[in-house]
Structures are given as structure tokens and as C-alpha cells.
Design a protein around this ligand. Structure first.
Ligand code: KG4
Ligand code: ZN
Length: 348
């Protein structure tokens, strides 16, 4: 951990413009502002990249000013800037990175480029101290991955989805049922008053092995249940029942994989993060699993689950600054998982 000073965190990777201020002397987050664009994207049933980057361009300077004033910190008191440079939407990342570079140049401050997933991965430990080694699960709208974490700079990816992310499956299922965007929170809420046994979902099998996950089949199964029943015959209770059954299968798949990794016995803790970590059923089941496995349970606090800059400031605190020229937007690595899967299919 660094000596005293304020770290400025910036995240514009997708559809949230977020700025945070972290006090490195105390480890406290003094401000974590998130300007959501959900209303603009909801009519389209998903994020429109061009619209998102335009909103970031307009909002980022305002959110920055507001974060400073909420934290009661002046610009001259910032000691370091941390900004997300990958993965994310190219145009969106460019807005945040260019803003951060300009600010770092003008204020003569060190700058660090943070991987958004590194931010999520360590977010359960914001305002506390990580317990190594831990098993990390990042489960969001763009990613679903398990990590073996031995130190801040010693992280291995040990499992990931071969198709949709869990949050993406939630969003697509909600779109089919005309429940709006984002789908996770609404399905989570409706599932609370539905019968999880009403619709049958087969357990997920991934040919590549138990390290991999897959969600597109569950999404398709939900679609078939809906088609089979007939759209017009699907009443409100049917929708709640389908939400509950779908949620049970998504959470069940995640828990089965978590248990698979935890049986190695090498982890002292399990850390859950990302937007889907907001899910009530998932939080409950992760806590139960940790009790059963007798390891520490660290769930990201609700305000640090969906995209936020506090997690970027926290990850940035641990990283060494690099020269401004080296802070560049990088293409997403998600494509690599798809490529891997295609190569595997070809080899069969
Ligand atoms: O981490 P995040 O804000 O953005 C990405 O990095 O992708 O995650 C957004 C995702 C969306 O897919 C949203 O539907 C999902 O998180 N989500 C939830 C819940 N709240 C948000 N999924 C399930 N249950 C929730 N309560
Ligand atoms: Zn995210």
C-alpha cells in the first residue's frame, strides 16, 4: 500500500461514466460517482456504442468536478490517476484514457492503466485487505471468469465462458420476455415470487471440461419454454416462474464450477465480483458454499458490483505508473476465448 495521497479513478469502459477518489492513507473511498446511461440505451435493448461514447464525452468533465467536490479534495491534492484502458468499447475507453492523459500531463501526475477485470476481481477487498490465495469469480455483462489469485500481480485465469457471459444471458432472456434492459435486476426481482421448479433446465455440460462455462444454451432453453407455452398464453405468473427457473439454472451452473475449483483446497477465500454479483440468489449461495468449504467469503459491496471507478482507483493503488505514451487503449481479449473454442471444435 502506498503512503498518503488521493488516487483518482476513472472508468468509461461501457455505459457508465464513473469517477472515484480514494484516500490512500486510510484506504477509504471518499467519492464514487456513477452517471448511468441506462435510460438512453434501454429503448434499444442493449448498449449502443456510439451513443455511449458521446455521453461519456459530455458527462466525464462534470462527473469529475462533482467527485472532487463530494470528496472535498482539490485538484492539486491528487497524487496519482488510474484509468481503465481495457477491455471495453473502443470509443468509450478512448474518452476516459484521453481525459486521464490530458489531466496527468497538465497536473504532472503519474498515470496507471488499469484492466477493468482486475478492477472487478479485487473489488470485494475495497476498504479492506485481500486474503491470498483466493478464488475470484468475476461475473458481469461482458465476462464470466474464475481466477486463481496469489498476489496483486500474480493472477491466473483458470476458467471462463465459451460463449455468453452470465449477465449477457440475463439481458437476452429479459429482452425476449420484454422485461427491459438491463435484465439481471428485473429477473432477480421477479424470480423472488416465482416457482423455480416450474420449468426444467438441463445441467450445463461443456465438452472442453469443467474449467469452462457456457450460458447460451440456458438462454436458448428459456426461449424454447416460452415458445412452447405460446407467447399469448404466458401470464404474469408464468413469467415469474420462468425467471425463477432460469435464475436457478444460471446460479446452479456458477456454483457447480465454483465448487469444482474450491475442492483443490488451496484457497483461503472466495471473492465474488461484477454486475451479476448483485444477484440475491448468487450472493446467498456463495455464502453457503464458503461456510461449507470453511473459507472466507468476500462479496463485493453492492455499490462496487456494477461498473464503478472505485475499483479502478483501488487496483491503480497497487500498480506502478508508466509513461504517458504507454497508456493506450487495448483491444478486448474476449475474442481469444472464442478463438480457443473454435480451434477446439476444429480439432474434434
Ligand atoms: O459489471 P457490469 O456493470 O458491466 C460489465 O462489466 O459488463 O455488469 C452489468 C451486468 C448486466 O448484464 C446486468 O444485467 C447484470 O450485470 N446485473 C445482474 C443484477 N444486477 C446487474 N444480474 C443478475 N442479477 C442482478 N441483480
Ligand atoms: Zn464491468
Amino acid at each position: 500500500m502506498e503512503s498518503s495521497g488521493f488516487i483518482l479513478g476513472i472508468d468509461t469502459s461501457c455505459d457508465d461514466t464513473s469517477v472515484a477518489i480514494l484516500d490512500s492513507a486510510t484506504g477509504r473511498i471518499l467519492a464514487n460517482l456513477v452517471s448511468s446511461q441506462i435510460e438512453s440505451h434501454a429503448p434499444f435493448g442493449g448498449v449502443v456504442p456510439e451513443l455511449a461514447s458521446r455521453h461519456h464525452t459530455e458527462n466525464l468533465p462534470l462527473v469529475y468536478e462533482k467527485a472532487l467536490s463530494e470528496a472535498q479534495v482539490s485538484q492539486d491534492q491528487i497524487k496519482k490517476i488510474a484509468v481503465t484502458n481495457t477491455p471495453g468499447l473502443m470509443g468509450c475507453l478512448l474518452v476516459g484514457v484521453n481525459f486521464a492523459k490530458a489531466l496527468a500531463y497538465r497536473l504532472e501526475l503519474p498515470l496507471v492503466a488499469v484492466n477493468h477485470l482486475q478492477g472487478h476481481l479485487f473489488s470485494p477487498f475495497i476498504e479492506s485487505t485481500p486474503v491470498f490465495p483466493f478464488l475470484g469469480l468475476v461475473v458481469s455483462g461482458g465476462h464470466t471468469a474464475f481466477y486463481d489469485v496469489r498476489a496483486f500481480d500474480d493472477v491466473s485465469l483458470i476458467g471462463q465462458t465459451v460463449d455468453d457471459a452470465a449477465g449477457e444471458a440475463y439481458d437476452k432472456c429479459a429482452k425476449m420476455l420484454s422485461l427491459g434492459y438491463p435484465g439481471g435486476p428485473v429477473i432477480d426481482r421477479l424470480a423472488g415470487s416465482g416457482d423455480e421448479h416450474a420449468f426444467k433446465f438441463s445441467p450445463v455440460k461443456v465438452r472442453m471440461g469443467e474449467s469452462y462455462l457456457s450460458f447460451s444454451g440456458l438462454k436458448t432453453a428459456a426461449y424454447h419454454h416460452w415458445l412452447k407455452a405460446g407467447e399469448e398464453k404466458f401470464n404474469d405468473q408464468d413469467v415469474k416462474n420462468l425467471c425463477a427457473s432460469f435464475q436457478k439454472s444460471i446460479v446452479g451452473h456458477l456454483m457447480q464450477r465454483a465448487q469444482f475449483f474450491l475442492t483443490s483446497g488451496k484457497y483461503r477465500a472466495f471473492a465474488l465480483s461484477g454486475g451479476v454479483a448483485m444477484n440475491s440468489e448468487l450472493r446467498k449461495q456463495v455464502q453457503n458454499l464458503c461456510l461449507k468449504m470453511q473459507i472466507e467469503c468476500h462479496l463485493a459491496k453492492p455499490q462496487y458490483t456494477t461498473d464503478n471507478a472505485a475499483m479502478i482507483a483501488y487496483a491503480g493503488l497497487q500498480q506502478q505508473p508508466v509513461s504517458l505514451d504507454d497508456v493506450v487503449v487495448m483491444a478486448s481479449k474476449k475474442i481469444q476465448a472464442r478463438k480457443l473454442f473454435q480451434e477446439f471444435k476444429k480439432s474434434q
